[in-house]
Design a protein around this ligand. Sequence first.
Ligand SMILES: Cc1cc2nc3c(=O)[nH]c(=O)nc-3n(C[C@H](O)[C@H](O)[C@H](O)COP(=O)(O)O)c2cc1C
Length: 168
Amino acid sequence: MAFEKLEASQITENTIAMIRDRWPLLAAGTSDDFNFMTVSWGMIGELWFHDAVAVYVRHSRHTFQYMENHSQFTLSILKPGFEQALSIAGSKSGRDINKTAATGLTPVVIDGGIAFEEAEYVIVAKRMFQSDLDYKAIEDEAIIKRAYGNGDPHRMYIGAISSVYRQK
Ligand SMILES: Cc1cc2nc3c(=O)[nH]c(=O)nc-3n(C[C@H](O)[C@H](O)[C@H](O)COP(=O)(O)O)c2cc1C
């Protein structure tokens, strides 16, 4: 493992493409008890005097409990070639299966957070804020129908980025 520590502002990737197209793994918990899932909705920027990251987790996700119970979370952006693992992490629940075994990924602890050896980038964040998104306030009705027809709301977690790592 050869992770190199960076400042968040040294991420040279297009962060929209990094989240939307590369599908980070969002993980929370401890090395003994953690869960992770694929996400593609999120934002990286600045808020409240910190480099910050926002993720949106539906209440139905097993990962939700871990986001509630742990104030730290990570995003691991995997190297190319792990699409199958991302599909499994994004369609199966840690409630039903051992996702580490099913994906074949290798968890590593980085700055106290759970990340993956297969990552190109790891973003470690400390929760600053959490709140359900009041989806009824979305101005476009079509989005409400499409995203919340199932009545399963997202909780937004905004974390201060505490460290970023990259490996080749
Ligand atoms: C490409 C992709 C992006 C996803 N993005 C999100 C997301 O941003 N928020 C969310 O709550 N679920 C998202 N999901 C769904 C979860 O990853 C999926 O429900 C997962 O099985 C939850 O696992 P868990 O129950 O172990 O937490 C996404 C799934 C995929 C395939």
